[in-house]
Every structure is written in structure tokens, then in C-alpha cells.
Design a protein around this ligand. Structure first.
Ligand code: NAI
Length: 344
């Protein structure tokens, strides 16, 4: 692990994470240092490491660090089974109001099921059916005779995520935003989202094309003809499902990064988990976390550096053919890391 010797000007909280977390964070820090990224790391613990050191998977000193830096790169965190701990990811989302989940998916290795995929899913991260307003109603002698869940979508929350999506489209020279909903059935819950997003779309008329899709039709169209989509914006539950479908179009979670963007902080992470089955073996693929770090470079307006990182990844995978076992290769984490540094 880096000891923070790169004295960049932008402080970032680095949570190495559990399982393969230390190996892949170490690789990413080395690559970022080699490309001259302007980050100064504050290394903090969370997950199992947080429980071991502070009896909390999200210790207060980690939260304090993110409050200060407003920027974090997070390795995978193992969710403890039992123990009554609340999900760290949910706590971080609530604490920093990380309302936008940004999941880009791009074909990195040709020859998969789909070629030339390049789409971005933007998921509302705080509202909808994930607010957790749930309870059971007893029926006869069954205490769980019925289960009830309420979803909440606000006009303000819908506007905020729609504006984020259209602004993102403009900034990233995208052409089209598709609003995904289920307003034909969930007329209030997702109707308000569609209606508000369409109002926002009006402001971008002539600049960004806009369409809308019912979620089930969208799921099918993503498999039949994913190239018709560019940026998709949707509610929490639909976004959760569609973002994994989109990761599947480009070869699964091993190359999938995510950004969680809020009003007071932004947290970048790999989508995959802590991979306990391969932890410590030196064969973990660091590219999802590296792609998340590239998103963080974009976030701090250093697209010049993120492009160098992405281009090096492309050359290493496709010209040098250096790949970790999950991508069908034989290289270890260190070998892949060194190959990328050579290509920067
Ligand atoms: P996982 O994503 O850790 O592993 C699934 C499979 O993919 C395993 O065979 C693993 O070896 C492989 N894999 C994952 N990342 C890889 C990488 N970078 N390089 C090579 N192979 C990789 O999912 P699993 O096993 O369901 O979860 C393990 C732990 O991770 C659990 O405690 C779970 O709660 C946690 N988790 C945490 C997430 C987060 O912090 N964002 C997300 C998903 C799971």
C-alpha cells in the first residue's frame, strides 16, 4: 500500500477494502502515481477491517475523512453475515446524499457477445422502492401474512437526477438520454419521475435528444439492440437491475466501475465484491477499480490523465494481450500493473 508519498494537491480518502481490496488498491495507487495523478491519499478503514479495528464497518474516522476530502476511492467491502450491521454502502449514500449512481459500460475486449458497446446508466440512488418503508401484516395465525412496501419519489429528487443526466450528456458529448420508467402501471410512483424528467428534457431541446422507455421493453431492447441507447436515466430499483444487465453486455462485473455522486461528496468504486476465493493469490484483476479511479480523474477535471489510463488499459489488454485469469489470461495483478505503467 502506498504510504501517501505522492504529495498531490487533491486529498482523497482511500478505503482499500476487504479480500482482494489491498491488492487491487495497491495496483491502482501505483498506476495513478505513475500517471502523475494529483491525489494525496488519506488511507482509512471500512468493512471487516473497520470491524476489527473499531467494531464498526464504517468507523467515524473514515466518515470524518470523507467529510473533509469530499472524495473517496473505495475497494470492495465484505458484508458481515449476522451482527446486525447496516450496509456500509447504504450508510455512505445516506450520509453524503449520493443521489446519482453513474455506471458507464464500454466494450474493452472485442470478441464478446456484443461489440462496440458504449453506454452510461444513471440511477437515482436515494429514493424509490429502496427507502425501506416496509412492514408485515398478520393474517390469521401467520404474522407475515402480507408484506407491504412503499416507494417514495419526489419531484425534487426526480428533477435533480434528470438534471444530472442531461448535464452529464452535455459535458460528455453524448447525444441522447432515455428516461426509463413504469408509468403505465406505477402511475404515481414512476409517473412523477417521467413527467419531471420530460420537463427537464425540454430545457435541453435541440442540444440532447430525449426518449422514454418502459423498463421491461428497455430490458429486452438492451439485449436485442443495445446500440440504440446512449445515456439512460432511471429510478432506484430499475437502475439497480439494468446496471447489472448492462455490465453483462460488456463481459460482467470484472471491468465495471461506478461513481456515486452527491451534493457533498463523490465516492468511486469497483462494482464487484471482495472475491474472498482469490484473495491473497496475486491474481485479482485491478481494472474495475482502476476504471473507477479514471472516473474520479474525470470528476476532478483531469480527463487528460484519465484518457491516458484508459488508452493504456486498451493497449495492454488488446495489443500486449496481458490479462488476468478472470479475463482468460495468465497474468497476475503485479504483471498487469507493470504492463499498464509501461504503456502510460
Ligand atoms: P464477488 O464479486 O466478490 O465475487 C464473484 C466472483 O467474481 C468470484 O469468483 C470472484 O473471484 C470473482 N471476482 C470478483 N472480482 C474480481 C476481480 N477483481 N478479479 C478477479 N476475479 C474477481 O462477489 P461475492 O463472492 O458474491 O461477494 C463476496 C463479498 O463481497 C461479500 O461479502 C459481498 O457482500 C461483498 N460485496 C461487496 C460489494 C461492494 O463493496 N461494493 C459488491 C458486491 C459484493
Amino acid at each position: 500500500m502506498s504510504n501517501g508519498k505522492a504529495q498531490g494537491s487533491i486529498p482523497v480518502t482511500l478505503i482499500p477494502g476487504d479480500g482482494i481490496g489491498a491488492e487491487i488498491s495497491d495496483a491502482v495507487v501505483r498506476i495513478l502515481e505513475a500517471v502523475g495523478a494529483p491525489f494525496r491519499w488519506e488511507i482509512r478503514m471500512a468493512g471487516l477491517a473497520g470491524i476489527d479495528a473499531h467494531s464498526d464497518p464504517l468507523p467515524s474516522e473514515t466518515l470524518d475523512s470523507i467529510r473533509r476530502t469530499r472524495l473517496a476511492l473505495k475497494g470492495p467491502l465484505a458484508t458481515p453475515v449476522g451482527g446486525g450491521y447496516r450496509s456500509v454502502n447504504v450508510r455512505l449514500r445516506e450520509e453524503f446524499k449520493l443521489y446519482a449512481n453513474l455506471r458507464p459500460a464500454r466494450t474493452l475486449i472485442p470478441g464478446g457477445r456484443f461489440e462496440d458497446i458504449d453506454l452510461v446508466l444513471i440511477r437515482e440512488n436515494l429514493e424509490g422502492l429502496y427507502v425501506g418503508f416496509e412492514h408485515y401484516i398478520p393474517i390469521a395465525d401467520d404474522p407475515h401474512g402480507a408484506a407491504i412496501s412503499s416507494g417514495v419519489n419526489t419531484r425534487a429528487g426526480s428533477r435533480r437526477i434528470a438534471e444530472f443526466a442531461f448535464d452529464y450528456a452535455v459535458r460528455n458529448k453524448r447525444k441522447k438520454v432515455t428516461i426509463v420508467h413504469k408509468a403505465n402501471i406505477l402511475k404515481a410512483l414512476t409517473g412523477i419521475f417521467l413527467e419531471t424528467a420530460l420537463e427537464v428534457a425540454e430545457k435541453y431541446k435541440g442540444q440532447i435528444e430525449c426518449g422514454d422507455r418502459i423498463v421491461d421493453a428497455c430490458a429486452m431492447q438492451l439485449v436485442l439492440n443495445p446500440w440504440q441507447f446512449d445515456v439512460i436515466v432511471t429510478t432506484n430499483l430499475f437502475g439497480d437491475i439494468l446496471s447489472d444487465e448492462i455490465a453483462g453486455l460488456v463481459g460482467g462485473l470484472g471491468l465495471a466501475p461506478a461513481g456515486n455522486i452527491g451534493e457533498t461528496a463523490a465516492i468511486f468504486e469497483a462494482v464487484h465484491g471482495s472475491a474472498p476465493d482469490i484473495a491473497g493469490k496475486g491474481i485479482a484483476n485491478p481494472l474495475a477499480l482502476l476504471l473507477a479511479a479514471a472516473m474520479m480523474l474525470d470528476h476532478v477535471n483531469r480527463a487528460d490523465l484519465s484518457e491516458r489510463v484508459r488508452s493504456a488499459i486498451d493497449k495492454v489488454l488488446n495489443e500486449d494481450q496481458v490479462r488476468t485469469p478472470d479475463l482468460g489470461g495468465k497474468a497476475g495483478t503485479r504483471q498487469l500493473t507493470e504492463a499498464i505503467i509501461r504503456r502510460l
